[in-house]
Design a protein around this ligand. Structure first.
Ligand code: FAD
Length: 467
């Protein structure tokens, strides 16, 4: 059975980029259809990414806190965990949010088509639904098909003890000994969860630091805290994984490589994500896709075919939900005839570990590579009353200033809730604030965010004479 529908805008993929584009298009009066292969809206972020990981990280934080409170005079028994209940709680969080999205789609009269979509021409898509093929004829399309985890050729990915992030988030078992392959954000977040639940965690990273994109001083504070829990192997790589009955035997090479293969109950492969651009028959619409599966776009999110747009992970780094949301809004607004562009100065990055690592704008590494004359100002949380009173003094707030203009061009925070504190620095960069603007803004005391103002005060250009 074949069904045919017509849309002014069709959005392919219902992740954060896709649903944001669809809702904005509908709000602007366009007849909108969204296609999603799974029954639940929200994409990777809501179903198997940002949200379930944060729900489990919340559980991990509570477990760790109950253990650490004895020194404050509060003694709990050793926490016991029920992974079935933790899993149901995580599922409840997801369904609350994905259910909310369905309600918002209905309210806006966005038509949802469930099934796998492929282009059949420059103005048509065919969707394999449970009831047969639905053909969607469109004036404009927005491709928001997202990404999937990278697989490595020398790893037996079909063994159920080899996990990607989606498997790890299922929380089926708590492995006794677990390897996190890749010391980036996703690997460390999952390592944090399973460590709190009782797994013995090894982390292996090819670079000379965890989270290679962040500055070394920020990562050092995190590493110092977690190396009591994680066995971290830097400048080391996995060269083979052998699946045996009693476990996965991992062989290493490099600086901290164990001499013999190490046995694990589970191996989480967290070495990045690849875009889904090669599985859409985009060539039938004339859309160029790179060899790796990315789709190139201009600042209005247009592909090489003017009425077809692309947004989110599929257009490139950083593969983050908040980037996709803004791109989605731009694409919908451009289709509605508005002269809008995706032109952010900065896009924040956050590892929601404990402590959190958060950075926005230029890192020191990037400023150096770009030949910018800059200066940093660091406020250590060991000097913060609020941090000491909250038992989280192992943190720091760093600002990076352009030496000529005194403008803030980057910032990073490592510490409890560092991600929540980062917003002010992002806004400061977007608004072109200089050190004086931040130093003269009265921050409430005692708060962790006053560390931003205090860091700015340290910079010598923060107090200038009035003209
Ligand atoms: P996706 O969310 O990937 O959505 C694409 C959708 O398209 C999917 O639902 C897919 O089913 C659908 N689709 C694909 N092809 C087809 C087809 N042919 N037909 C029909 N449907 C199709 N980002 C953050 O900003 N903060 C975080 O804290 C964070 N945590 C993360 C934790 C984990 C474990 C992971 C894996 C990712 C995390 N991310 C985080 C990244 C974030 O999830 C992605 O950047 C975001 O989901 C990308 O959104 P998107 O809309 O581009 O694509």
């Amino acid at each position: 059975m074949s069904n045919e529908i017509k849309a002014q805008v069709v959005v392919l993929g219902a992740g954060p980029a896709g649903y944001s584009a669809a809702f904005r298009a509908a709000d602007l009066g366009l007849e909108t259809v969204i296609i999603e292969r799974y029954s639940s809206l929200g994409g990777v972020c809501l179903n198997v990414g940002c949200i379930p990981s944060k729900a489990l990280l919340h559980v991990a934080k509570v477990i760790e806190e109950t253990k650490s409170l004895a020194s404050h005079g509060i003694v709990f028994g050793e926490p016991t965990t029920d992974i079935d209940k933790i899993r149901s709680w995580k599922e409840k969080v997801i369904s609350q949010l994905t259910g909310g999205l369905s309600g918002m789609a209905k309210q806006r009269k966005v038509t949802v088509v469930n099934g796998y979509a492929k282009f059949t021409g420059a103005n048509s898509l065919a969707v394999e639904t449970d009831d047969g093929v639905t053909v969607v004829n469109f004036d404009n399309a927005i491709i928001a098909a997202g990404s999937r985890p990278v697989q490595l050729p020398f790893i037996p990915h079909n063994d159920e003890r080899v996990w990607d992030s989606t498997d790890a988030l299922e929380l089926k078992v708590v492995p006794g000994k677990m390897l996190v392959l890749g010391g980036g954000i996703i690997g460390l977040e999952m390592g944090t969860v399973y460590s709190a639940l009782g797994s013995d965690i090894d982390v292996v990273e090819f670079a000379d630091q965890l989270v290679p994109a962040a500055d070394k001083d920020i990562v050092k504070v995190f590493t110092k805290r977690v190396e009591k829990k994680f066995n971290i192997m830097l400048e080391t790589k996995v060269v083979a994984v052998e699946a045996k009955k009693d476990g996965l035997y991992v062989s290493y090479e490099g600086k901290q490589a164990p001499a013999e293969p190490v046995r694990y109950d589970a191996v989480l492969v967290a070495v990045g994500r690849v875009p889904n651009g090669l599985s859409l028959d985009a060539d039938k619409a004339g859309v160029n896709v790179t060899e790796r599966g990315f789709i190139e776009v201009d600042k209005q999110m247009r592909t090489n075919i003017p009425h077809i747009y692309a947004i989110g992970d599929i257009v490139g780094q950083p593969m983050l939900a908040h980037k996709g949301v803004h791109e989605g809004h731009v694409a919908a607004e451009v289709i509605a005839g508005k002269k809008h562009y995706f032109d952010p100065k900065v896009i924040p990055s956050i590892a929601y570990t404990e402590p959190e690592m958060a950075w926005v704008g230029l890192t020191e590494k990037e400023a150096k590579a770009q030949g910018i004359a800059f200066e940093t100002a660091v406020f250590p949380w060991a000097a913060s009353g609020r941090a000491i009173a909250s038992d989280c003094a192992d943190g720091m707030t760093k600002l990076i200033f352009d030496k000529q203009s005194n403008r803030v061009i980057g910032g990073a925070i490592v510490g409890t809730n560092g991600g929540e504190l980062l917003g002010e620095i992002g806004l400061a960069i977007e608004m072109g604030c200089d050190a004086e603007d931040l130093a003269l803004t009265i921050h409430a005391h005692p708060t962790l965010h006053e560390s931003v103002g205090l860091a700015a005060e340290i910079f010598e250009g923060s107090i200038t004479d009035l003209p």
